[in-house]
Ligand binder design. Structure first.
Ligand code: LMR
Length: 340
């Protein structure tokens, strides 16, 4: 290389090094001129929910552990992006963290619909054991080829049915009704098996759709029903615990790979602590919401008996016939083995 070219080359390297030191870490592309790495966490639920509170806890822990060198900007309640957009924006690295209900990941990995397999998990503990075991961990990491890295399972809880038309005590009561679903496939099959129709709607649209009677009913956790005020537009609730609504915290893989080992460790530690907090909160908040819904007297509440449950299990057998292989027998068997 000629002397002049060497000088230009050195200048370019020095300029690069200066930019890297100004932004705090060259590959952490979101770091601003003040050296603070700003990351975005968006979600679709209220801040008072287990997910909403756990995101705030994660923010607090990350900011504390990094001495303010990482700032987590939180956008709740679909303020920034709804169900579909938050996934697109995560993949584009415009958002660094999301925690979607795993049902919404069906387009990427059908096995996530395991949470919707009717009556598969007997209780919360069985679901946690599955998530923390080898099958759950493998599933959590399955989106890496799509540029999304799973960091934690954040459960919400069991789903219950609500509707505006009539009490739902037996599979026959569902005939002719239309239910909102989070995402297609298995949930459509579930309602089909009950003789009902279904329509996929983003979470932010559900209250209006129930209010306008675009759909008659929906399925969700006690806490989502309560915090979205579905009791104002739904007259009946059936305590069925027929499926689950849980989350996977996802980050963008390119963003993750650009982090320094120290920052990765900070985020991993904060995520572990926020996850423990979230799990305890999910159970407490769902119980509180159930009590609140009962006390409000706005909905007529029916709890399935063992006998009713057996009828639903039989009616939903077609879902197992159609989806066991689509989800993967390995996952289904692993889930069943967690029921003690
Ligand atoms: C829903 O769409 O019903 C839920 O996934 C919302 C949520 O994130 O809890």
């Amino acid at each position: 290389m000629k002397k002049k070219n060497w000088v230009m080359f050195l200048c370019a390297v020095l300029a690069g090094l200066m930019i890297m030191s100004l932004t705090g870490c060259g590959k952490e592309s979101s770091a601003g001129g003040d050296g603070v790495l700003k990351v975005r966490f968006t979600h679709v639920v209220a801040e008072s929910t287990p997910k909403g509170k756990a995101v705030l806890k994660f923010k607090e822990l990350v900011e504390e552990k990094s001495n303010g060198k990482i700032e987590v900007l939180v956008f709740p309640a679909s303020q920034l992006y709804g169900d579909k957009e938050e996934l697109e924006q995560l993949m584009a690295n415009n958002v660094q963290f999301i925690a979607p209900s795993v049902t919404k990941l069906v387009g990427f990995e059908p096995a996530f619909q395991i949470v919707d397999m009717p009556f598969l998990f007997n209780d919360d503990q069985a679901a946690y054991d599955f998530y923390d075991g080898p099958a759950g961990q493998k599933l959590m990491r399955s989106l890496e080829p799509q540029g999304m890295l799973g960091l934690a399972w954040w459960p919400n809880g069991a789903k219950q049915f609500t509707n505006s038309k009539r009490p739902l005590r037996s599979p026959e009561d569902f005939r002719g009704l239309k239910f909102r679903t989070q995402s297609g496939g298995l949930l459509d099959a579930q309602f089909r098996a009950l003789g009902a129709g279904s329509q996929t709607l983003a979470f932010a649209e559900v209250f209006t759709a129930l209010n306008n009677k675009t759909v008659d009913g929906q399925e969700n956790t006690f806490n989502n029903i309560d915090t979205q005020n579905y009791q104002d537009v739904q007259k009946y609730m059936t305590v069925s615990n027929h499926g689950r609504l849980d989350y996977v915290v996802l980050t963008n893989t390119t963003f993750w790979n650009s982090l320094s080992p120290e920052n990765k460790q900070i985020i991993e530690e904060a995520m572990r602590e926020a996850t423990l907090y979230e799990r305890q909160l999910a159970e407490e908040e769902n119980q509180k919401s159930f009590e609140k819904l009962k006390a409000s007297g706005k909905m007529e509440i029916y709890t399935l008996t063992e006998e009713d449950r057996a009828k639903f299990v039989a009616a939903m057998q077609p879902v197992y016939d159609e989806y066991t292989d689509k989800i993967g027998r390995e996952y289904i068997e692993a889930a069943k083995s967690c029921n003690k």
